[in-house]
Design a protein around this ligand. Structure first.
Ligand SMILES: [Zn+2]
Length: 340
């Protein structure tokens, strides 16, 4: 099969990879209908994360089940399925508490590489959620968004306790930040402030539910949030970048007693203990337990109440994956969808 492999920073190739096979009896094999490039794929692409030789890429996927192992009971060949970037059994104590991204049997899908024609999905019964039928073609991009960026944005909004009566600020205008705005709106937030300086992203933020836009960053961004919130800061703040600047901006934008949800993959962030101590802010974040939200998100998408697929502003055949990475790296695209 054809699949995307990163050979060195900036060196994305689409090449022949071995066809995936059932290894564990709990595996399924899917034919990938659509995959995409994640903001987190840019960390190794840019050389920020070190590589030990060529690695398959991709952890977001929707597809049709081709084959299942002997112990798979609920997932059947022919079903259209959505899964998260962590394979999880969905039965262990951690999964049952809603933290499938820390499942005791978890497998990171990025090690398998779903930017490919086919993919092996471990723990298929726990990992995959089947849609009610084969989706209309125009729903595929939104279902793909549920696989990561929507589920991650949703978790961030929940972690920040976005809800009725709350003012929510979102740091980061990538696909996850934009989906966090959509989530905050669905969760009933009263006011949603998008922190963005890009016109096209601001426009999508407004379509997803943002009521205000702040273009300043750092201390000026914090001051702008304070000005919009009577000097107090936002009740709920989402951090969807993963840098020191974004984390500091997010914590400082949160009012005392407020909640900050952080889902940007953390890179070289350190938090001064004294600032944390005096902030009186609740912090919750990490790799999102997307699996927890998939049934609800699929229902919202199927009933056409949300349209998160709008985050994909570039669609390319799998063979042009290198251009998809370049476009996201240069911020010419918010998020690139790949069609195998
Ligand atoms: Zn588990």
């Amino acid at each position: 099969m054809r699949g995307v492999v990163l050979h060195a920073p900036g060196d994305i190739r689409v090449e022949e990879r071995p066809d995936p096979m059932i290894i564990e009896p709990t595996d399924a094999i899917i034919r990938v209908t659509a995959a995409c490039v994640c903001g987190s794929d840019l960390w190794p692409y840019r050389g920020v994360e070190k590589l030990d030789g060529p690695v398959p890429m991709g952890h977001e996927y929707v597809g049709v089940v081709e084959e299942v192992g002997s112990e798979v009971t609920t997932i059947k060949p022919g079903q259209f399925v959505v899964g998260s970037f962590w394979a999880s059994d969905n039965t262990c104590e951690i999964c049952r508490s809603g933290y499938q991204s820390a499942c005791v049997h978890r497998v990171l899908m990025g090690t398998i590489g779903t930017q490919a024609e086919y993919a092996r999905i471990p723990l298929a019964d726990g990992t995959l959620v089947a849609t009610p039928g084969l989706p209309e073609p125009d729903l595929v991009s939104s279902l793909l968004a549920a696989s990561d960026v929507l589920g991650t944005g949703w978790f961030a909004a929940v972690a920040a306790q976005a809800g009725p009566g709350k003012t929510v600020a979102v740091v980061g205008d990538g696909a996850v930040g934009l989906c966090a705005i959509l989530a905050a709106k669905q969760l009933g937030a009263e006011r949603i402030i998008a922190m963005s300086r890009h016109a096209s992203r601001q426009e999508l933020a407004r379509r997803f539910g943002a009521t205000d836009i702040v273009t300043e960053r750092g201390d000026e961004g914090v001051a702008a949030i304070k000005e919009l919130t009577g000097g107090l800061g936002a009740h709920s703040v989402v951090e969807a970048v993963g840098t020191q600047e974004a984390m500091t901006q997010a914590i400082d934008s949160t009012r005392p007693g407020g909640h900050m949800g952080f889902v940007g993959v953390s890179h070289d962030v350190s938090l001064p203990g004294d600032e944390l101590f005096f902030s009186l802010v609740h912090l919750h974040g990490g790799p999102a337990p997307v699996r927890q939200y998939l049934p609800e998100l699929i229902d919202l998408i199927y009933s056409r109440r949300i349209d998160p697929g709008q985050v994909f502003d570039l669609t390319l055949p799998l063979d042009q994956a290198a251009e998809a990475y370049r476009a996201m790296d240069e911020r010419r695209a918010v998020k690139a969808l790949l069609l195998p």
